[in-house]
Ligand binder design. Structure first.
Ligand SMILES: [Zn+2]
Length: 148
């Protein structure tokens, strides 16, 4: 299933980069959105070690532990396949959970760069597209599992 998500995301990236509005700013937005969607998935709502979290443990056990610990509260309060899997809303919950502390730190340290909201929006849409594919595959996979 994860391979399917990665392939779909790759197709999304390819279609974006193939269009005439390709610019370094747009390409970085798509790349970061695709990367965020790849590592910050709706399944972070699962308590315990998920497939995605295992990737971090494979990179380094400490990185895996810290990543899982960071998402502990999110997993604790999000019902599996609930709001976290809703199109756009679920992505927004992870976006907020991931970036609001970073933005608050940046503001507190007076390091806040001027944000290009078009860039932020594009990053979010690519990330959300990947999450929608994830949610769709979850539904399809569940219905296939129920059928057979
Ligand atoms: Zn899922």
């Amino acid at each position: 299933m994860m391979t399917g998500i990665a392939m779909t995301s790759g197709a999304v990236v390819m279609s974006f980069t193939a269009s005439e509005w390709m610019s370094p700013l747009n390409v970085t937005a798509v790349a970061i959105g695709a990367f965020a969607g790849w590592i910050i998935t709706p399944d972070l709502d699962v308590q315990g070690r998920t497939y995605e979290e295992k990737r971090f443990y494979n990179w380094h056990p400490l990185i895996g532990f810290l990543w899982q610990a960071y998402w502990y509260v999110y997993a604790k309060f999000m019902k599996h396949r609930g709001v976290s899997h809703w199109p756009f809303v679920g992505t927004l919950t992870r976006w907020g959970y991931m970036f609001i502390p970073l933005v608050m730190m940046a503001v507190g340290l007076n390091l806040m760069p001027s944000l290009n909201w078009e860039w932020v929006g594009m990053t979010f849409l690519v990330w959300a597209a990947q999450d929608i594919v994830h949610g769709t595959l979850d539904v399809l996979y569940s219905s296939i599992k129920r059928t057979f």
